[in-house]
Design a protein around this ligand. Structure first.
Ligand SMILES: [Zn+2]
Length: 372
């Protein structure tokens, strides 16, 4: 029981909508993971006298999602066209179909701008090239039967104690990759910044930027409606993935993530939160946004506490995985858990609570003696 106040709303079926507020609609699309859906938001808008939709996030690029979009747009053709697309960040479930949607479903019906932060667009551009992806994310593009893991990625997992004999299969099995879920990216984009103010359907929306989960994630807040489109930053049931990857293995993304959460504490406690996964919640001073922020912070603190206790003796990331993640990890979640665990270790390393030792070429972490 997470003690949050969920809106008493019909959860839309995949490819269908539920109205949230005047001019705000909730559209659900499928994902081929354990996390099986993403919430997209459609906002009624008007640009240069033309009425239509502003779409927030797109779903991944696959035939199932495209078909659901086509059916949806056919059913609601009186509300078309799409006028602009806003992507909270570059992850495939949010950005995968941006190219297709902004180019009028590849049929020239409309050509509209995609709004996102510069950092997100640049990372998407980098990762949509599979060769770069091998090094940057630790994910493994290509045919699972081919030996396509980059040397840097192999070294990264090996140096943290990953037994490649056991884990290589898991790594290879990871069959969903960035460049396969984001087949094209828009040729151009309109950059949004922290001080950007967007007017959508006559309402002003401000931008709240965050790093940690992705390079520069944008959440949208409408003060007059007290509605937050939180993207992946604030989710009701799960926490956003915050990971350290082979390209930047000394990074401290958890510090950025926790700092970003503080920004959301400045919003009214009864703000209504529209998250990318799970159900809308909030609208309540005690069981809404602020409660969830406390829960997320506690989650990370508990994990950090557990790590510190476990590191009385030197432990590698692989040693810690079964201690911190009790559940069985599938191929997809294995990489997530591995990189997330390292993000927590690096956080305490940077704070001076842990130090690194190398034993038999494996990086291990041990509690710094000065910490009681
Ligand atoms: Zn994300």
């Amino acid at each position: 029981m997470d003690e949050l106040n969920y809106l008493d709303l019909h959860i839309p079926k995949l490819g269908e909508i539920t109205q949230i507020d005047t001019g705000i609609f909730w559209l659900r699309m499928p994902l081929p993971f354990q996390l099986d859906h993403i919430n997209l938001w459609l906002l009624e808008d008007e640009v240069a006298g033309e009425r239509g939709w502003t779409v927030v996030d797109t779903g991944i690029s696959n035939s199932r999602t495209k078909l659901l979009w086509l059916n949806f747009l056919r059913t609601h053709k009186d509300r078309l066209p799409i006028l602009k697309i806003i992507c909270t960040h570059m992850h495939p479930d949010h950005f995968g179909l941006a190219h297709w949607l902004c180019n009028g479903l590849d049929s020239g019906l409309w050509k509209v701008p995609v709004l996102m932060t510069c950092e997100e667009y640049d990372m998407a551009k980098l990762l949509s090239d599979g060769e770069n992806q091998k090094v940057c994310t630790g994910t493994l593009p290509g045919d699972p039967n081919e030996n396509v893991i980059s040397t840097k990625t192999i070294d990264f997992f090996k140096s943290h104690g990953c037994n490649l004999k056991e884990s290589k299969k898991k790594l290879f099995e990871r069959s969903v990759f960035y460049s396969s879920m984001v087949r094209n990216i828009p040729e151009t984009f309109t950059s949004i910044k922290s001080n950007s103010k967007l007017t959508i359907g006559g309402y002003n929306w401000s931008i709240i930027l965050s790093s940690g989960h992705s390079p520069r994630h944008a959440s949208l807040y409408c003060k007059s409606k007290q509605i937050l489109i939180s993207g992946d930053m604030i989710l009701p049931k799960i926490t956003s993935h915050v990971g350290v990857f082979p390209s930047s293995s000394d990074n401290n993304p958890l510090k950025n993530h926790l700092s970003a959460l503080v920004k959301f504490k400045r919003l009214p406690p009864d703000t209504l939160v529209l998250p990318s996964h799970g159900q809308p919640f909030g609208g309540s001073e005690v069981s809404g946004l602020h409660r969830r922020l406390i829960q997320i912070e506690s989650h990370h603190q508990e994990r950090l506490d557990k790590i510190l206790v476990s590191c009385e003796n030197p432990k590698s990331v692989s040693d810690l995985l079964p201690i911190i993640f009790k559940r069985k990890l599938d191929s997809h979640n294995y990489t997530f858990a591995f990189t997330e665990l390292l993000a927590h270790l690096n956080y305490y390393l940077w704070k001076g609570y842990l130090k690194k030792v190398v034993q038999n070429k494996i990086i291990k972490f041990i509690k710094y003696r000065g910490i009681s």
